[in-house]
Design a protein around this ligand. Structure first.
Ligand SMILES: [Ca+2]
Ligand SMILES: [Ca+2]
Length: 527
């Protein structure tokens, strides 16, 4: 199926396609100031924030305040539960099943070669586009997206502050040796660690990214702007200044809610995903680090929230406070021991639920009345919807060649009717469909999960094998893209801790036959 016919299919079932657009020329007549955009990403932030209630001890005063001024989309889901495909789909407007960009181990620029990312599109419409910090995935930068970037167009992330016993190979903060708290196990992701730093905020990379964007807000701009700030925490390593750790005394830490034997009703494939990467949970328990890990994540979230507060204060003080749309998003969620799983890379609710809040002031080109203040929206939406929403809010021509849909009708009325499921893709050929009531997931081996969110928020009870839900599964399965774009291999070199995706059921079966050996998979299919 071509990209075009895939999109046609998705349109026919009410997904994807052109953004809804208000007739913006009408709005512009009454609009004096152009609409700017402040686009803020918080990496790896799950629902452990006060406005989403995912952890009772979370301390996020700035997100809470912003939720009170914006529309907080409480049921937002990512298109893929890992940084690169999630960010790529958000920035290009192309869902993974449209583009073939499914994994962290593909260079998206070799997969999507002739598409305009959101900043490029704004630039084409007379916007000044700039940013700082992680928006695209690490080194996979896109200079066409920006007029200027900090630290540079080729290096989008500032150097991370690292404790003295650490070093980085390339200055990117990606190759860290000698963890502080978490004992290293074979092929462990080396940033999987947490520690309180005896430093002040200004030494942190995120502080510097925020400073750059805050300075942009102090400038006099002769064009409307699209300003992006990629806040890197709470991404690993959870190294943040001591004052944030002190907010969460270790003996007070509450662990996430878990069900004993939660994995008993899951398929082998799903259990493999839970234990992905050598069984992080087992190693965390053996090292007695569970509470410390939870503390580190809560501290990193509190730090990220403080950085957000600094940025929002800079906007409020600026001359652009009254004509800037603010969007805050995270690229996916996280698990810290639920289903014996740590990190991202799965299709469960705690991992695919993402943060999305949007504030549009009165006078916004595509929404002259502005957003409702502090009324949460509980409709199902996707990060895929951000691109069409922002161009709609700014009165830019809608694009027929991107996925997702404009959320402007929900910004106007958060309880408006909205019956579009969220589709999340994991690796290749594994999908999860979320409606207001259900989550339905199907894996590469054909195994399934079904959860009823009216009674099972934590997805403990898999109903997929109960015959009474057969017709519900069939209804939900209709939303699965029938011919997803193939997973393209790119020139990106795999590192030892990388676990490459399967590009077909045959590769998966071959891997099973070879004792689930990732080295075999890498040598045979990824060299
Ligand atoms: Ca991420
Ligand atoms: Ca279970």
């Amino acid at each position: 199926m071509s990209v075009r016919s895939r999109r046609k299919f998705l349109k026919s079932i009410g997904i994807g396609g052109a953004a809804l657009c208000l007739p913006s020329f009408q709005c512009q007549r009454t609009q004096k100031k152009p609409t700017n955009v402040l686009f803020i990403s918080m990496d790896d932030l799950n629902d452990w924030i006060e406005p989403l209630g995912g952890h009772p001890q979370a301390r996020t005063p700035h997100l809470s305040r912003f939720a009170g001024e914006s529309v907080n989309f409480t049921k937002t889901f990512c298109s893929s539960p890992m940084c690169n495909p999630s960010r790529t789909s958000l920035m290009t407007g192309l869902a993974p099943y449209t583009s073939g960009m499914y994994s962290n181990y593909q260079d998206w620029r070799e997969v999507i070669t002739d598409h305009k990312s959101i900043g490029t599109y704004f630039r084409e419409h007379n916007y000044y586009s700039a940013g700082a910090g992680k928006i695209f995935h690490y080194h996979m930068v896109d200079p066409a997206c920006w007029d200027e970037y900090w630290p540079s167009q080729q290096k989008n992330m500032p150097d991370e502050y690292l404790p003295q016993n650490m070093k980085t190979e390339d200055g990117s903060g990606q190759n860290i040796y000698e963890t502080i708290n978490m004992p290293e196990f074979e092929d462990m992701y080396k940033m999987f660690d947490w520690a309180s730093l005896d430093i002040d905020d200004p030494l942190m990379g995120d502080y510097k990214s925020v400073e750059y964007v805050a300075k942009q807000l102090q400038k006099e701009h002769d064009r409307p702007f699209f300003l992006a700030c990629g806040i890197y925490r709470p991404h690993l390593p959870w190294y943040v200044p001591k004052k944030y750790f002190d907010m969460f005394p270790l003996d007070s830490i509450q662990l996430p809610k878990i069900l004993e034997n939660d994995l008993d009703d899951l398929s082998d494939r799903a259990v493999d995903i839970a234990h992905r990467g050598g069984g992080y949970h087992k190693h965390v328990l053996e090292a007695g680090q569970w509470k410390k890990g939870v503390q580190g994540y809560l501290a990193s979230i509190a730090f990220a929230d403080a950085m957000l507060g600094k940025l929002l204060a800079a906007l409020e003080k600026s001359r652009y406070a009254e004509n800037t749309v603010v969007v805050i998003w995270s690229d996916h969620g996280w698990q810290l021991g639920e289903k014996e799983h740590w990190r991202k890379f799965s299709l469960w609710e705690n991992i695919v639920r993402s943060v999305l809040m949007i504030k549009a002031p009165k006078g916004t080109t595509g929404l002259p009345g502005g957003t409702q203040r502090g009324i949460p929206c509980h409709r199902i939406v996707s990060l895929q919807d951000i691109y069409p929403t922002l161009i709609d809010l700014c009165g830019l021509p809608p694009r027929k060649d991107i996925d997702g849909r404009s959320l402007v009708p929900l910004l106007e009325n958060p309880s408006a009717e909205w019956n579009f499921p969220a589709i999340t893709t994991y690796d290749f050929g594994e999908f999860s469909i979320r409606t207001e009531r259900w989550r339905y997931t199907v894996y590469i081996d054909g195994s399934e999960e079904l959860y009823d969110h009216t009674v099972d928020r934590e997805e403990w009870y898999n109903l997929a094998n109960d015959s009474q839900y057969k017709s519900i599964k069939e209804e939900l399965a209709k939303y699965i893209p029938p011919n997803p774009a193939p997973l393209a291999r790119t020139s990106l070199k795999l590192q030892p801790h990388h676990l490459p995706p399967f590009r077909s059921k045959e590769e998966y079966d071959d891997w099973l036959k070879h004792g689930k050996d990732y080295n075999y998979l890498k040598e045979k299919y990824w060299q």
